[in-house]
Write a new protein. Structure first.
Length: 201
C-alpha cells in the first residue's frame, strides 16, 4: 500500500479524507499547526470508525518551510487540504491569501523534491464561476473566476492559490503530477469539537 500525507488533518475535510485511506490499508500521516492536536486528531478518526491510536501528525505550518520536508519524506501521494479558514473575516485579505498561495506552492515544492508521485489539491468552485454571465454549458479547466468582482477573502485566496499551483507546475513541477478538485459544498458529520467555518464559496 501507499504512504500518503494529508495536510490539515485536524480539520473537517482533512479528517474525513484520512478515514477512507486508513480503511483501504494505506499508511497515512497528517500535518497540524501544533502537535498538541495529535491526540485530538486520533480521537476524531476514532469517532469516524478508525482504529487510530498511534501518532499520525507532523508539525508544519503553511507559512513556514519548517517541518514540511520531514512530513513529506517517503510519501507516494499528498492530499493538500489545509487552507486558512478563520471564524471571522480577516482585517486584511492577505491574511488568508498569502498563506493559502504560498502554502500550496510550498507543499508542491517539497513534494517534488521528495519524489512524491502526485499531489491532489483541494480548491473550490469559487475559483471557477464568479463573475461569469449565466450559461447553459459546463465550466471546465479553462474557466477562472473574474477576480475583480465582489467576493470574500476566502474565495479570492482559493483562486490565487490554485493559479499559483498551476503556475508552479508549469515552470517547476518536473515529474510531479497534480490534480485539483473544486467542490461546491462539503457536508457530513463532525468528528471533533470544532465547528467548521461557514464561508461563502
Amino acid at each position: 500500500m501507499s504512504e500518503v500525507l494529508v495536510t490539515g488533518g485536524s480539520g473537517f475535510v482533512g479528517s474525513h479524507a484520512i478515514l477512507p485511506l486508513l480503511a483501504a490499508g494505506h499508511e497515512v500521516r497528517t500535518t497540524v499547526r501544533s502537535l498538541t492536536r495529535d491526540a485530538e486528531v486520533c480521537r476524531m478518526l476514532q469517532n469516524g470508525g478508525a482504529r487510530a491510536n498511534h501518532s499520525l501528525s507532523f508539525h508544519a505550518d503553511l507559512g513556514s518551510d519548517a517541518g514540511w520536508p520531514e512530513a513529506v519524506s517517503g510519501c507516494d501521494y499528498v492530499l493538500h487540504v489545509a487552507s486558512p479558514i478563520p471564524i471571522r473575516a480577516p482585517e486584511h485579505e492577505d491574511e488568508m491569501i498569502v498563506p493559502a498561495r504560498e502554502g500550496t506552492v510550498r507543499v508542491l515544492r517539497v513534494s517534488r523534491d521528495a519524489g512524491v508521485k502526485r499531489v491532489v489539491v483541494t480548491s473550490s468552485c469559487g475559483a471557477i464561476y464568479y463573475g461569469h454571465k449565466p450559461r447553459n454549458t459546463p465550466f471546465d479547466e479553462t474557466d477562472w473566476s473574474v477576480i475583480d468582482g465582489e467576493m470574500s477573502a476566502y474565495v479570492k485566496s482559493k483562486i490565487i492559490a490554485e493559479r499559483g499551483a498551476w503556475e508552479f507546475m508549469a515552470k517547476e513541477g518536473g515529474s510531479l503530477e497534480m490534480a485539483v478538485i473544486n467542490p461546491a459544498g462539503i457536508f457530513g458529520p463532525m468528528l471533533g469539537p470544532d465547528c467548521p467555518s461557514l464561508v461563502k464559496s
